[in-house]
Design a protein around this ligand. Structure first.
Ligand code: SAM
Length: 176
């Protein structure tokens, strides 16, 4: 999803910089990361990669970035934690230039009636307590398709990690 990114990229919730490897050296990453304790490691990782960091402690719901200012917005494992994923998608649409893309990798609710879905329901509270408010029960594909992008390509897949509630995932590209 994050291959061939344009030169300058906005990342929502970059954490400590797991996706910096996909950002070209010499380019600028606008990083919207409200969790300040992560900033030191994110800055150090950007420096190691030769990426200029424009670090903001605003939220994905209200980035403070100008309208139509971004060619690409990316996020991984963030829409599960934000308070309002639909509001975040409207914010992404606002800041994307025409022809721009939003590329995402997220974990989602399993299909209804499956064992995994039952586990997600049973474990939702301890999961959220452990992972800072993260929900393992969001149907993000539906939210993405309802957001008004001109096109949304989504692939659903399954990880095989010990974190069973987290293993149902989607990756894709939404076009402004
Ligand atoms: C599970 S971590 C993922 C970090 C990174 N994207 C990765 O894949 O390693 C979730 C990230 O979303 C950030 N986050 C939580 N709420 C947010 C919000 N409202 N706006 C922007 N980022 C947020 C957290 O601070 C954290 O860095």
């Amino acid at each position: 999803m994050f291959a061939d990114l344009p030169r300058d990229v906005v990342e929502l919730g970059p954490g400590v910089g797991a996706n910096l490897r996909y950002v070209r050296a010499g380019s600028t990453l606008v990083a919207v990361e409200p969790n300040r304790p992560m900033h030191r490691r994110l800055r150090a990782a950007a420096e190691r990669r030769g990426v200029r960091l424009d670090l903001r402690d605003s939220t994905a719901e209200r980035t403070g970035l100008p309208d139509r200012s971004a060619d690409a917005v990316i996020s991984s494992l963030v829409l599960c934690t934000v308070s309002d994923p639909a509001a975040v998608l409207q914010e992404i649409r606002r800041i994307l230039r025409p022809g721009g893309t939003y590329r995402f990798v997220e974990h989602v609710a399993a299909p209804g009636g499956t064992v995994t879905r039952g586990l997600q329901r049973a474990l939702r509270r301890p999961w959220a307590w452990t992972f800072e408010g993260c929900s393992c029960e969001r149907d993000l594909t539906t939210v993405l398709r309802a957001a008004g992008f001109s096109r949304v390509d989504v692939e659903a897949y399954r990880l095989h990690s010990p974190f069973i509630t987290f293993n149902t995932q989607i990756a894709g590209i939404a076009y402004s």
